[in-house]
Design a protein around this ligand. Structure first.
Ligand SMILES: O=C(O)[C@H]1O[C@H](OP(=O)(O)OP(=O)(O)OC[C@H]2O[C@@H](n3ccc(=O)[nH]c3=O)[C@H](O)[C@@H]2O)[C@H](O)[C@@H](O)[C@H]1O
Length: 435
């Protein structure tokens, strides 16, 4: 009877202090030990899992960056050095310009002109095969002799754009990278969405985030006038009736850039180019492909409009366009935002850059025949419903007033220069192929 069963409380907290001490400390030690061993196990396991996750993530990013450096042609100390040196400004009050589409027709000419007068220029081009990439490589090689470095990459590559803005505080972006061509849009519609819409948005995102934000000048197109039949075309005319997907993406570009101007304070100038031609031009364009076919004795297809009316274009010579581009860069005011925040209103401008004297396509062929001294084999067909418009004619009074734009080259003179370049580039001597 004397052996009373200890209560739970007594077992845990016995009344004899010494015992309590011993018992308690012994018990507590066991508890603490148990507790410690279990929490240390958890702790160690947690540490182990964190370490494992961290090493997995860093391994992944190592693989990612490794493969990026292996597959992409950008990045690294040497690359950054080339970018910085190309962006170097060599005149007082000069600018540093990122030229997208720098290996393209207009891009290569604008880049050369900027570099010549002492501005910093970094090119960006994806060298796609819409037309012979060897012509783009040749333009690149020529630009290198002028000290312009072209980064091989796409405007859809946000990481590359961020890197470029990280390496150089560009004051301006001359955005000329695009999927060009009116009729090709029926063959490959998605390439227009990829370059002219998605690529433009990616570039705008990079520009709005950049600090300082650059001012942007970019290539829209005369094709935005679409079915508008009020001539000459003025910037305030209707542009809501595009005749091709190409035109629709350029018009969308005007709206997209307007949004970035409105929300983020980006300074925007959109240039509506009118059928630009000249040396180092685009082989997909009529004057270029006609020249090739005439010299090779192949027939050319000349489209004709409704009621047998000849098609006509306000053909504009490349040097005039370059002056318009540079005038736009020089007069564009600064963007007002920084770090993605607007600080005040910024300018939003649109200009026609044309020649103001439309010429019919058959007249274009006559001029080429004279310069080439070869008769064309013409195949005249009714214009298929492929996105073409019958006639373009620019009213350039805004550009004249605000940019000092004044075209000086007529089609006859401009084509003479083109033919001279064509013959020497493709190795013709007196019209005969020499290599
Ligand atoms: O101003 C623009 O915004 C656009 O200009 C240019 O488009 P277009 O004016 O269509 O130039 P281009 O193809 O040289 O055809 C010229 C004429 O030849 C006719 N044409 C064409 C090909 C052919 O085989 N036969 C023919 O008669 C044809 O019907 C047309 O009447 C740019 O390519 C474009 O990217 C965009 O920048």
């Amino acid at each position: 009877m004397g052996n009373k069963m200890p209560s739970l409380e007594e077992e845990l907290f016995p009344s004899t202090p010494g015992k309590f001490k011993i018992e308690r400390s012994h018990h507590m030690n066991r508890q603490i030990y148990r507790c410690f061993t279990s929490s240390s196990t958890v702790f160690l396991w947690t540490l182990f899992i964190i370490a494992l996750t961290a090493s997995y993530i860093s391994f992944q990013s190592f693989i990612d960056s490794g493969s990026r450096y292996l597959s992409a042609s950008w990045g690294g100390i040497q690359w950054e050095k080339q970018v910085r040196s190309s962006a170097q400004i060599h005149r007082h009050g000069g600018m540093s310009v990122l030229v997208t589409g720098a290996a393209g027709f207009v891009g290569s000419h604008v880049s050369t002109a900027l570099k010549r007068r002492g501005d910093g220029v970094v090119g960006l081009d994806n060298f796609n095969d819409y037309y012979d990439p060897s012509l783009k490589k040749a333009r690149k090689a020529l630009l290198e002799t002028h000290g312009v470095f072209i980064v091989e990459g796409d405007v859809n590559d946000a990481k590359l754009l961020a890197k470029l803005f990280d390496v150089v505080a560009f004051t301006h972006v001359m955005h000329l990278a695009a999927q060009a061509g009116v009729r090709y849009a029926m063959e490959n519609p998605h390439s227009y969405v990829h370059s002219n819409i998605a690529g433009l948005v990616t570039l705008m995102e990079a520009c709005k985030t950049a600090n300082p934000q650059p001012a942007i000048v970019w290539a829209s197109s005369s094709s935005v006038y679409g079915l508008n039949d009020k001539v000459p075309f003025s910037e305030s005319d209707r542009t809501d009736q595009p005749a091709s997907l190409y035109a629709a993406t350029k018009k969308a570009g005007e709206e997209i850039t307007h949004t970035y101007n409105h929300i983020y304070g980006l300074s925007i100038t959109g240039l509506r180019f009118f059928t630009v031609y000249g040396p180092w031009g685009r082989p997909d364009m009529a004057y270029f492909s006609f020249t090739r076919n005439i010299l090779q004795g192949k027939p050319i297809t000349v489209y004709r409009g409704k009621n047998r009316v000849d098609l006509a274009r306000d053909f504009t010579y490349i040097d005039d366009i370059v002056k318009g581009c540079i005038g736009s860069l020089d007069t564009s005011e600064k963007s007002t935002g920084s770090g993605g925040k607007k600080r005040g209103p910024a300018p939003y401008r649109i200009f026609n850059l044309g020649n103001t004297s439309p010429v019919t396509v058959p007249t274009l062929v006559n001029i080429l025949e004279r310069h080439l001294k070869v008769k064309a084999k013409r195949n005249v067909v009714d214009m298929p419903g492929n996105g073409d418009v019958p006639y373009t004619h620019a009213n350039i009074s805004s550009a004249r007033r605000e940019l000092g734009y004044k075209p000086t080259t007529d089609l006859q003179t401009g084509l003479k220069k083109f033919v001279k370049w064509y013959l020497s580039y493709y190795g013709y001597n007196n019209g005969k192929l020499v290599n």
